[in-house]
Design a protein around this ligand. Structure first.
Ligand SMILES: Cc1cc2nc3c(=O)[nH]c(=O)nc-3n(C[C@H](O)[C@H](O)[C@H](O)COP(=O)(O)OP(=O)(O)OC[C@H]3O[C@@H](n4cnc5c(N)ncnc54)[C@H](O)[C@@H]3O)c2cc1C
Length: 363
């Protein structure tokens, strides 16, 4: 076996599709599961998925043609330069793992990896597995022995995702749009996924979360008080999950620089390599880009060159996204006023926060 892949999200599954029978992928979840994600699939992500033989439309993805930025009751809307798609990660990641299995990759599901070292991966129920290369694709979760050294301190944010069946009139108004809702203490994304169900995915300061009672009903009540637009959208909506999917402390802006914890055969993919503020909806394409680049570099056994390349490819995009993210959070009202005055602004921001075409050209 040439390589082990730790984690079966988009990054790990993409690498497994590309390497087929030469790899074994270890994923801690035994079955398809929900993940915290706005589930927007950008144009760049779609082109990588197509190369893997995955067509989100055949999986029921909803098309997204416009973005609507909302603060309070004010909104600015702009058409996207490309057609985005929206598909639950449960469906997308599962389709990718099935594709990897068809390509001949070994899939070991239901085994949590406990640690990583040059000697291999230590996983529940499997003991130690070793291979010349390890693709570390455990997303937000660090492994003992190979923890990320965040280049920025993680903000104290709580992430929550809930699916809702909206009232038909609200569903019709939302169709074709991704809505980015700015509120005091955070922001949310709202869009339809397959089956015309709405995904409400948000990040909120931990202090506000606690002030809202530290519960989902408390947060929903707080959001609806702060954002009349959302109150309208959610009127009469039925939640479809027993409780929201959650996450804490995402290290936005992180860009991995190899350090003493890295060894020559270790390739970091996806969120292990770089974390872009989620409002951009480009984390999936970064994960896919990293998988394609790591597989190419792995053929030359050059993890150092791979990490250096990824830093070059992603730095501008992640830095710019961080700047827009901080500006939007500091002056949400002004962000909407500016976007209304200059309708091209949202398209311009979208362009500046994508994996750049020059970075994808040789893969
Ligand atoms: C709130 C929020 C909203 C977002 N919205 C969007 C969006 O709309 N569009 C977009 O493109 N990006 C979005 N992102 C970013 C995107 O979700 C990530 O960048 C992307 O999922 C990274 O893919 P990955 O494969 O690196 O990690 P993941 O998708 O997180 O996959 C990691 C996998 O590793 C497995 N794993 C973890 N630990 C272990 C272990 N110890 N042993 C074995 N397996 C393990 C997990 O079960 C999981 O399957 C968002 C992120 C957040 C936080």
């Amino acid at each position: 076996m040439e390589a082990l892949i730790a984690g079966g999200g988009v990054a790990g599954a993409a690498a497994a599709c590309l390497l087929g029978p030469r790899v074994t992928l270890i994923e801690r979840e035994a079955e398809a599961h929900h993940k915290i994600c706005g589930e927007f699939i950008s144009h760049e992500a779609q082109s990588y998925l197509a190369r893997l033989g995955i067509d989100p439309l055949t999986l029921g993805a909803a098309p997204i043609n416009a973005v609507r930025l909302v603060h309070g009751d004010r909104a600015a809307c702009a058409a996207l330069r490309f057609r985005g798609l929206s598909l639950s990660r449960r469906a997308l990641d599962e389709a990718m793992l099935a594709q990897a299995g068809q390509a001949g990759a070994g899939l070991l599901r239901g085994h949590a990896i406990r640690s990583a070292s040059p000697a291999g991966l230590e996983a529940d129920g499997l003991g130690r597995l070793a291979a010349p290369a390890v693709f570390l694709a455990t997303g937000k979760h660090d492994l003992r022995g190979a923890r990320r050294q965040p280049s920025r301190a993680a903000e104290n944010l709580v992430g929550l995702k809930m699916y809702l069946v909206l009232h038909p009139a609200q569903r019709a108004e939302l169709a074709g749009h991704v809505e980015v809702l700015l509120f005091r203490g955070g922001y949310a994304g709202l869009q339809l996924v397959e089956g015309s169900v709405a995904n409400l995915c948000l990040l909120i300061d931990r202090a506000r979360f606690k002030a809202a009672g530290g519960t989902w009903p408390g947060v929903r009540c707080y959001l609806e008080q702060d954002c009349p637009h959302l109150t309208r959208r959610l009127a009469g909506a039925a939640e479809t999950l027993d409780r929201p999917v959650s996450i804490f402390r995402v290290p936005y802006g992180h860009l991995h620089a190899p350090g003493p914890a890295d060894w020559p055969g270790l390739f970091r993919l996806g969120d292990q390599m770089g974390v872009i503020p989620s409002f951009c909806g480009d984390g999936i394409s970064i994960a896919l880009h990293s998988a394609f680049a790591a597989v190419a570099a792995h053929r030359a056994s050059d993890a150092w060159a791979y990490h250096a390349r990824m830093r070059r490819d992603l730095k501008g995009q992640i830095d710019r996204a961080g700047w827009f993210y901080r500006a939007g959070r500091a002056r949400p009202g002004l962000a909407v006023v500016a976007a209304r005055a200059w309708p091209g602004a949202l398209r311009w921001i979208a362009r500046l926060t994508r994996v750049p075409p020059w970075a994808m050209a040789d893969l």
